[in-house]
Write a protein that binds this ligand. Structure first.
Ligand code: NAD
Length: 250
């Protein structure tokens, strides 16, 4: 039996039906939190995740919505509060890539990655903050990336958004610290999900050579760290970026 340290808490996880988001939602449910999973497009996978979370003995709702849309982000947050009468943990996980070298990158590919990966996090934070300030309690965890720290050829849009997430995290952490709200970021390295599955074997091999621990990460590796940041075990930590990357960035 897990120690249910998040019993009675409500957590929103954006992009929570697969990959890292799903692992985060399942881990928070293991610890007893009620879960709101946000998803962009419906399908059988949503029903399956709901069932998996319910099997952990917590309550769960799924809310469709595009985080890059200000109104839809508001609806995600409102649905959580309507359903559970509280919102204690927000995990901004939803993200996309549209890779390409700067010489070839289309303006719309730059815009859409910033819009989802950076503005999406802003939108959810913006709608969540008044509620967390009022209850004088909250944990906001933003999923950045190591490329937001190091940059990456072919990912200027994505790296800019993920670096932006770090600036957003640190600024909001400073603003909300006195209000009982902790704001931190997790920067994954190379994690095996649908997002990285599409990369060529050459890129995967080059990445592996860059990882001192000599293995790719699993979504659960991120879930564990997010769970720590979502709990009161990390109550003296705010404004930090925690790399979970097998030593890629030391
Ligand atoms: P993934 O593609 O498997 O999952 C991303 C999820 O976000 C999907 O469920 C997708 O539907 C959802 N999503 C995308 N756009 C959305 C929108 N506008 N509104 C709502 N939901 C939306 O990818 P993943 O690897 O699980 O990535 C999760 C997060 O971790 C992303 O922010 C990603 O940038 C970050 N990350 C991943 C890695 C990695 O190696 N996989 C590394 C660093 C950071």
């Amino acid at each position: 039996m897990q120690n249910r340290v998040l019993e009675g808490k409500t957590a929103v996880v954006t992009g929570g039906t697969r990959g890292i988001g799903k692992a985060i939602a399942l881990k928070l449910a293991d610890l007893g939190a009620n879960i709101v999973i946000n998803y962009r497009s419906s399908g059988k996978v949503v029903e399956e995740v709901i069932k998996e979370i319910e099997d952990k003995g917590v309550r769960v709702i799924a809310v469709q919505g595009d985080v890059s849309n200000f109104k839809e982000a508001e609806n995600i947050v409102k649905s959580a509060i309507d359903a559970f009468k509280s919102l204690d943990i927000l995990v901004n996980n939803a993200g996309i890539t549209a890779d390409g070298l700067i010489m070839r990158m289309k303006e719309e590919d730059f815009d859409k990655v910033i819009q989802v990966n950076l503005k999406g996090a802003f939108n959810c934070i913006k709608h969540t903050t008044p509620y967390m300030i009022k209850q004088r309690y909250g944990k906001i965890i933003n999923i950045s990336s190591v490329v937001g720290i190091t940059g990456n050829a072919g990912q200027s849009n994505y790296a800019a958004a993920k670096a932006g997430i770090i600036g957003l995290t640190k600024s909001v952490a400073r603003e909300l610290a006195a209000r009982g709200v902790n704001v931190n970021a997790v920067a994954p390295g190379f994690i095996q999900t649908d997002m990285t599955e599409v990369l060529s074997d050459k890129v995967k091999e080059a990445s592996l050579n860059n990882i001192p621990l000599k293995k790719f990460g699993k979504p659960e590796d991120i879930g564990e760290v997010v769970a720590f940041l979502a709990s009161d075990k990390s109550s003296y930590i705010t404004g930090q970026v925690i790399n979970v990357d097998g030593g890629m960035v030391i």
